[in-house]
Design a protein around this ligand. Structure first.
Ligand SMILES: CC(C)(COP(=O)(O)OP(=O)(O)OC[C@H]1O[C@@H](n2cnc3c(N)ncnc32)[C@H](O)[C@@H]1OP(=O)(O)O)[C@@H](O)C(=O)NCCC(=O)NCCSC(=O)CC(=O)O
Length: 402
């Protein structure tokens, strides 16, 4: 029997059929949109808001320590879906031991798709084409556990076609934004004409809870995180690409699975946020980047200041983590300015944050024009999360960004 080949026959030229279905060029970011809930709480007022809302003002020593550490996180404000009114109507959200997962899921079932739709609507408006031209949808969230999920809800909310090809990524932690874009790159490059809408949406209500005197981590999480949604349209062979996605990769930091993890309990989304997280990132980030992109960068990355020849959009896990990345890569001051600004203005929004950082970066390039022409063309978008995982992509900024 003749061997089977992927080239097919004269009657069925599979190789040609395959080529005709694939894009010619690299996938690229074509538009970005972000959205936040209306309730803004400054970091200065956050300890008062949090201890009052959780009926914990009597824990004065803990509150004083929290106040002090809130000032070190690099956060100036964050936006929240939940309000004091909502929390007083749901005492089970404040009581750490009360089963409250059902009530949380009921709220996020509508709130996450609505916030996601606002971000996606902005990305579609910037793109300038009808929502019905979206061919694929990739949605990621840590804030929910529904089937069908946020992806399904977005179809009528945005006016997408019923035939849009949907993929839902649940529980990818803070690297979810990069993971979704990595998937979008593969979809766009392997499906000619594909226009992929990527959406990441997060609500901290899933893990909001009262303070635990024996577990300071509970408080750190409250002080650091915020709510937000971000959306990107990705496509290949498009007219006005902003950032071409040159390469996308993911890797695991060895022996780090104990440091950061999450799980649903009958109470909420809970997990471990170990003290070693910033150090693990600092000790491993350069090696991970070299493994992922070293061969592509040639002499352009690593050692000798080569990392400064790139632009950076990094998931700002906290100011300490930014300091670790700065030090490990020997970055010049200001290289992580876009990421630090996002942390300052919104807090850590888990999977959505790195897309906010990319948006902030392109706004800065636009505002700096025409001097932005001298900014690096090549850059790295990178996020960290449970695993511990590093998910990153190499981007090329086109002249349309400036
Ligand atoms: C919280 C900090 C800003 C505090 O920095 P400071 O320089 O002020 O001081 P510090 O590090 O000595 O910590 C101050 C106090 O907080 C305590 N502390 C610090 N980190 C802790 C942790 N993870 N769990 C419990 N307690 C912790 C310290 O023991 C100390 O308590 P005492 O004073 O009693 O000794 C920093 O530690 C930090 O940035 N940590 C990293 C936060 C983080 O992991 N972010 C990633 C989020 S996850 C993410 O982004 C990815 C994802 O979710 O997927």
């Amino acid at each position: 029997m003749a061997p089977t080949t992927t080239m097919g026959s004269a009657l069925y030229p599979l190789g040609e059929m395959r080529r005709s279905q694939r894009a010619d060029g690299l996938a690229a970011v074509l538009a970005i949109g972000t959205a936040s809930p209306p309730n803004c709480v400054t970091q200065e007022e956050f300890p008062d808001f949090y201890f009052r809302a959780t009926n914990s003002d009597h824990l004065t020593a803990l509150k004083d320590k929290f106040k002090r550490i809130c000032q070190e996180m690099g956060v100036q404000r964050r936006y929240l879906h939940h309000t004091e009114e909502m929390l007083s109507a749901h005492p089970e959200f404040v009581d750490r031991d009360a089963p409250s997962l059902d009530a949380r899921l009921d709220i996020v079932a509508d709130a996450v798709p609505e916030l996601a739709a606002r971000a996606a609507g902005r990305a579609i408006a910037e793109w300038g084409r009808p929502a019905a031209d979206i061919t694929h949808l990739v949605v990621t969230t840590n804030s929910g556990a529904h089937i069908p999920g946020v992806d399904f809800r977005l179809v009528p909310l945005l006016g997408l076609r019923p035939s849009v090809r949907r993929t839902m990524l649940h529980l990818n932690g803070c690297f979810a934004g990069c993971a979704a874009l990595r998937l979008a790159k593969d979809l766009a490059e392997n499906s000619r004409g594909a226009r992929v809408l990527v959406v990441a949406a997060e609500l901290t209500l899933m893990y909001f809870t009262g303070p635990d005197e024996g577990c300071f981590r509970t408080l750190l999480v409250q002080g650091l995180f915020g709510d937000g949604a971000a959306a990107v349209i990705v496509g290949a062979d498009a007219e006005r690409p902003l950032f071409e996605i040159v390469s996308a990769a993911q890797t695991i930091i060895p022996e780090s699975d104990h440091a950061l993890n999450m799980r649903f309990t009958e109470r909420r989304l809970d997990g471990v946020l170990g003290r070693q997280v910033p150090g693990l990132i600092g000790d491993n980030v350069e090696r991970c980047l070299l493994d992922m992109f070293g061969p592509l960068l040639g002499g352009g990355g690593g050692g000798g200041g080569g990392w400064n020849d790139l632009f950076w959009a990094v998931h700002p896990g906290s100011s300490t983590i930014m300091d670790q990345v700065d030090a490990a890569l020997g970055l010049e001051p200001g290289k992580l300015a876009a990421s630090r600004r996002v942390l300052s203005d919104y807090g850590n929004m888990s999977g959505a944050t790195v897309i906010f950082a990319l948006d902030e970066l392109r706004q800065r390039r636009k505002e700096a024009a025409p001097a932005a022409g001298e900014w690096p063309e090549l850059g790295v978008m990178m996020a960290f999360g449970p695993g511990m995982t590093v998910d990153a992509m190499l981007l090329h900024a086109t002249s349309h960004v400036n």
